[in-house]
Design a protein around this ligand. Structure first.
Ligand code: GLN
Length: 192
């Protein structure tokens, strides 16, 4: 059984835990370095990227997670989690940091504010139609050639990737944990 963590500092932790558990994973809510050390893969949930970044610092997890990313631990960042993984945050808070692990530049709140939240149907490579919930979602504005685009969306300003994979790292602009469709989590688990 896969032992998978969900970073549980802030954000929609419970939904990721429930989805992964429904697929048979042994799920650990990660709040400490010991818990991080015990997992073979990690989900970074949506929430507030600046808050999660702050709590990574105060919990002592920041450097340890950075080291695990360098060691190529499989990590799936959704929404705020994608922001934390990315190379560059456009329109971030002045003091905002990110791990620079995933070769994408994301614009924070690139799909609009909370009131502009929307749900749509995405065409995911290898899976077909998957529902996508976008809540103050980051927009992937640039990415390198070796980043695999698994789904894109044209939300009125041309196609932008919304689901990407770069080796051991996965990133989604949207919230795959809020729809009852567990296939994306399944893909991630299969890749570990
Ligand atoms: N806009 C949020 C941020 O910058 C992310 C939103 C989300 O995770 N739903 O952290």
């Amino acid at each position: 059984m896969r032992r998978v963590g969900v970073l549980a500092l802030q954000g929609d932790v419970g939904e990721h835990v429930a989805t992964l558990a429904s697929l048979g994973a042994d799920v650990v809510k990660v709040r400490t370095v010991e818990q991080l050390d015990s997992v073979e893969a990690l989900v970074l949930p949506g929430g507030e990227s600046t808050t999660i970044a702050h709590l990574l610092g105060t919990s002592g997890l920041k450097d340890e997670l950075g080291a695990r990313l360098k060691d190529e631990m499989p990590v799936f960042g959704t929404c705020a989690g994608l922001i934390l993984l990315s190379d560059e945050v456009v329109d971030g808070r002045a003091d905002q940091w990110s791990y620079g692990a995933l070769a994408v530049a994301v614009r924070r709140n690139g799909y609009g504010r909370q009131i502009a939240s929307f749900e749509t149907s995405l065409d995911v490579k290898g899976l077909g139609r998957v529902p996508g919930v976008f809540i103050r979602a980051p927009k992937i504005e640039r990415w390198t050639d070796d980043v695999e685009v698994l789904a894109s969306l044209d939300h009125g300003d041309g196609e932008h990737p919304v689901l990407v994979r770069h080796g051991h790292l996965w990133g989604a602009s949207f919230h795959p944990e809020l729809t009852g469709d567990s296939r994306l989590h399944g893909l991630f688990l299969d890749s570990i």
